[in-house]
Design a protein around this ligand. Structure first.
Ligand SMILES: Cc1cc2nc3c(=O)[nH]c(=O)nc-3n(C[C@H](O)[C@H](O)[C@H](O)COP(=O)(O)OP(=O)(O)OC[C@H]3O[C@@H](n4cnc5c(N)ncnc54)[C@H](O)[C@@H]3O)c2cc1C
Length: 384
């Protein structure tokens, strides 16, 4: 069996200085009231003003070429920024998908016109994307998607629907996986394509679905004869499966798979310190040790992505272990500190507990379920 080798990353002095700057910026913004610290903000913290502010600071699309609005910084520097945003519980959901995967998708497969049109807007924090994969009858088995596009003069006519689309009600565009030729029983992955759907186009209907918290979060999105111009096809017609899978590697291994409940963990440690609770601190140390190991793995994957290496299997492994960790934080907190979790609770701990408990079931579903990712890891091990 092949062993797992991940690069070790040691932050440079410059990178540590950069982290301090980002942390100070976030502290100042929180103190100014720009945001209220919350758990799981990469999926639920929406603020156009804040997204534009950090876009103006050059903290979105930061690894992209300068000609497309990027900063040509390293994946490790991007990792530092995303980690600090999550740890601070800052509202980053609006631009998160575009920064993490739609932008890199355009860079890899997009036309020059698409890069010039979309990337600078994304980097400014003023253009938002959502992920159009899941459908009412296709979740884990994505190759079975039935949303279809048929060729017409100058473009494609799209019909079908997507579901569980995070943030579609706030987004400008959706990268939509759809069928552009009939299913081939000998190759289930053939005939799929990725189209950029303008969510304000005629024929698009967006219906929000309430999250467990009661807030609108994800959506059902219906397409009724929506015209998609030829220049809004991403990459090649028929290559959608391969492109979509490459996109998922960016999606699965980042700090957002470890830190969704970090504000709760941090608050819990503060309470233990205040109460000089030795046992509580001992339990928190165990969580921190787990977090530290996962973080090292996740940073190793960021390095591999930078070097253009294949990360599919290790990203799946990190996602599974990371999301299990995120879910365990409220479970352990519940056993150590007695409280009545409430979204409108008076203390931060009560609020963070309620947010974490209500969001946690989704951690191991979004971005691919634990069972599916275990399958990817198992197949990878068998084939190695
Ligand atoms: C918070 C949240 C946000 C989301 N955001 C988006 C989004 O923005 N865009 C988007 O496209 N989707 C999104 N999703 C949908 C998500 O990707 C799907 O829920 C997920 O892929 C599972 O699909 P499903 O819900 O259809 O479940 P199913 O595929 O029906 O699976 C049901 C259960 O069966 C298990 N299962 C299925 N097949 C197998 C198998 N072969 N072997 C073993 N077990 C199996 C699964 O693990 C699961 O436990 C989001 C989901 C959540 C929870």
């Amino acid at each position: 069996m092949k062993s797992l080798v991940l690069p070790t990353v040691k932050f440079t002095e410059e990178q540590n200085e950069f982290r301090k700057e980002v942390r100070q910026f976030l502290k100042d913004e929180e103190a100014k009231g720009s945001f209220e610290r919350t758990c799981d903000t990469w999926l639920n913290g929406y603020s156009e003003e804040f997204s534009k502010k950090i876009g103006a600071k050059g903290l979105i699309g930061m690894t992209w070429p300068k000609e497309y609005g990027g900063q040509e910084r390293s994946m490790i520097e991007r990792y530092i920024v995303t980690e600090e945003f999550l740890a601070a519980g800052a509202p980053v959901a609006l631009h998160w998908i575009a920064d993490r995967q739609s932008g890199p998708l355009f860079l890899r497969y997009g036309t020059e016109e698409q890069k010039q049109y979309f990337l600078p807007k994304i980097a400014k924090g003023e253009c938002y994307f959502s992920i159009g994969l899941s459908e009412p009858n296709s979740g884990s088995d994505l190759a079975s998607v039935s949303t279809r596009a048929e060729k017409t003069e100058g473009g494609w006519i799209l019909n079908g629907s997507k579901t569980w689309t995070s943030g579609a009600h706030h987004s400008n565009y959706m990268i939509t996986l759809c069928r552009t030729s009939p299913q081939d029983p000998n190759n289930r992955h053939a005939g799929l394509s990725q189209l950029v759907v303008d969510l304000s186009a005629p024929g698009v209907t967006i219906q929000p679905i309430q999250y467990l918290t009661g807030a609108p979060h994800f959506n059902e999105v219906f397409f009724e004869s929506v015209f998609i111009p030829d220049d809004r096809v991403v990459g090649e017609i028929g290559n959608g499966w391969k492109q979509g899978m490459a996109e998922l590697a960016f999606e699965r291994s980042g700090p957002e798979r470890i830190l969704s409940t970090f504000p709760l963990l941090d608050e819990m440690i503060e309470i233990f310190k205040e109460n000089k609770d030795e046992n509580g601190l001992k339990e928190a140390t165990k969580l921190l040790a787990r977090m530290w190991s996962l973080r090292s793995m996740s940073i190793g994957v960021a390095k591999m992505l930078e070097e253009g290496e294949e990360v599919g299997i290790i990203a799946a492994l990190v996602k599974n272990m990371g999301t299990e960790f995120e879910q365990s934080v409220p479970e352990i907190a519940r056993l150590l500190i007695s409280c009545q979790p409430r979204l409108d609770g008076e203390s931060r701990f009560e609020r963070f507990m309620a947010q974490s408990i209500l969001h946690a079931p989704g951690f191991t579903l979004r971005g691919g379920t634990t069972e599916i990712l275990n399958g990817i890891v198992a197949k990878g091990v068998v084939n190695s």
